[in-house]
Design a protein around this ligand. Structure first.
Ligand code: ATP
Ligand code: MG
Length: 469
């Protein structure tokens, strides 16, 4: 009910009726004064009475009409309130075909149009949110006042529970470089780049903050930990290769210069110098060969020629073919037994693996006098082992010895011609077979290198009945 409108309409009716009554009384009075006839006086009185009766009938009628108009207006007010509160499904029921019902129909159309536009906007908003959520990058929109306006799911993972709309950004993400970047976009209205390394332990993000046209800014963070690690590893690799090459090269250069400067040096000295030059040249040759081998096994194009092989045959081949290099060393190479289970293996690559492991045992564990090569059957793979009884490797080096150029004792390893690439090559070959490799050792008790190869499906075939064997 809108009492004000109702009161105004009713008041208007009453005013009109009162005016009519006043006019009638005035006319009646004039008639009384100008005429003296009793009939006319009677007529005048009847007119007055009929006017009064009309007044009494018209008043409730006026109240009724005013009440109905007021009700309809009240419904329009209620409808407008519902729309303002966001209920765009609200509709007016049009009454009879007057101007008010035309207005009701027009309002209904407006509400319908608003509803459609709103639904479309909502679906676009959801689409955009889904797209931003599926991004690899973390995204946060910031208000001109520095509050979080919106963030995608990656950003919520990075920032944890701290980030949510309406919260100051400085309370949500505290990396100084990130915040400086966002401030630049908010205050100077320019695109800022930076690097955030304190948001998640061990992870580095590239930050890009851009001012938004309507005020505020958008910050995008890209995880570059992997890229940075790869770049670091590449830099280290280049530095290591340069270092490894420079050492023998400097030596060769030095001895050659000495020989050139002193052509009259004794044949013994010349032979000794040439021997050193040859040793260093051989070392450089070995290094380049190892680098080529490593590049080959690390290449995505590296392909193995896999074929079924008996684990016991692989062990026997290793012992037989590498027995030669052990002969003069006073070390015994023995087989510790192996199952007949079938594994998938590339014979040449396996030769490389066993060769590197046995050569290491010979180089670093000669004092142990024995090298044992064996294998045992596990649930879905065969575990091969090359074991020695030399000085062993202390635990802090056990995982690292598979890294490129890593050597426990650099000087000793270099002395024995090692480049520190052997185990890295072995690891790649084993992993290319779908296996794992690791080392176990106790200082003073020797070292054991284990690697696994998956069993072939042949092992699952039904066993041949005993009578047919
Ligand atoms: N059986 C072992 N006993 C003790 N230490 C070992 C043994 N095998 C490897 N190591 C240690 O692991 C390091 C890495 O071995 P890796 O085979 O990768 O390199 P390398 O033998 O020094 O050089 P390369 O094999 O390229 O000639 C060695 O330098 C050595 O310190
Ligand atoms: Mg080696």
């Amino acid at each position: 009910m809108t009492p004000k409108v109702f009161a105004k309409l009713l008041g208007l009716f009453v005013l009109l009726l009162v005016f009519q009554a006043v006019v009638m009384v005035f006319v009646f009075h004039q008639l009384m004064e100008q005429t003296a006839g009793g009939t006319l006086r009677l007529l005048g009185r009847e007119i007055l009475w009929s006017g009064l009766i009309a007044l009494l009938v018209a008043f409730p009628l006026a109240a009724l009409v005013a009440g109905r108009v007021s009700d309809r207006l009240q419904r329009v007010v209620e409808f407008a309130r519902q729309i303002a509160e966001g209920d765009l499904s609200a509709r007016l029921i049009p009454d009879n075909g007057d101007e008010l019902s035309d207005m009701q129909a027009a309002l209904n159309q407006t509400a319908e149009r608003l509803g459609k536009d709103f639904t479309e906007l909502e679906s676009r908003r959801h689409e955009l949110a889904a797209m931003l959520d599926s991004m690899q990058e973390a995204v946060v929109a910031i208000t001109p006042g520095g509050f979080v306006r919106w963030s995608n799911s990656v950003m919520q993972r990075v920032a944890g529970a701290q980030i949510h709309a309406g919260r100051p950004l400085v309370h949500s993400l505290r990396d100084p470089e990130f915040l400086a970047c966002v401030r630049g976009a908010l205050e100077r209205r320019e695109v800022c780049f930076g690097r955030a390394s304190t948001l998640v332990p061990g992870r580095v993000f590239e930050v890009n903050a851009t001012p938004l046209p309507g005020g505020g800014a958008l910050a995008v963070m890209h995880d570059v930990t992997g890229i940075e690690a790869a770049q670091k590893s590449r830099r280290e690799f280049v530095a290591n290769v340069s270092h490894e090459l420079r050492t023998p090269l400097t030596s060769i250069q030095g001895y050659v210069e000495t020989l050139i400067e002193d052509p009259k040096s004794s044949p013994e000295t010349t032979r000794e110098f040439l021997g050193i030059i040859l040793k260093n040249a051989t070392r450089m040759n070995r290094l380049t060969e190892d680098l080529l081998a490593l590049a080959s096994v690390e290449s995505p194009d590296y392909r193995l020629t896999l074929q079924p092989a008996q684990a016991s045959a692989l062990v026997k081949d290793a012992v037989d073919s590498l027995g030669g290099i052990v002969v003069d060393s006073g070390v015994e190479l023995e087989s510790a037994g192996a199952p007949d289970a079938m594994v998938m293996a590339d014979p040449d690559a396996m030769n490389q693996v066993f060769g590197n492991l046995i050569e290491n045992s010979l180089k670093y564990a000669k004092s142990g006098k024995r090298i044992r090569v064996g294998a045992r059957l596990l649930a879905s793979e065969v575990q091969f082992t090359v074991q020695d009884f030399g000085p062993g490797i202390s635990s802090e080096h056990l995982d690292r010895i598979f890294e490129r150029f890593y050597r426990v004792d650099k000087a000793r390893s270099r002395e024995s011609g090692g480049t520190g690439l052997g185990l890295a090559i072995v690891k790649h070959i084993v992993q290319a077979h779908g296996g794992r490799i690791w080392a176990e050792s106790e200082l003073g008790s020797g070292a054991a290198f284990h690697f696994t190869l998956p069993l072939t499906t042949m092992n699952q075939q039904p066993a041949v009945p005993a009578s047919k064997v």
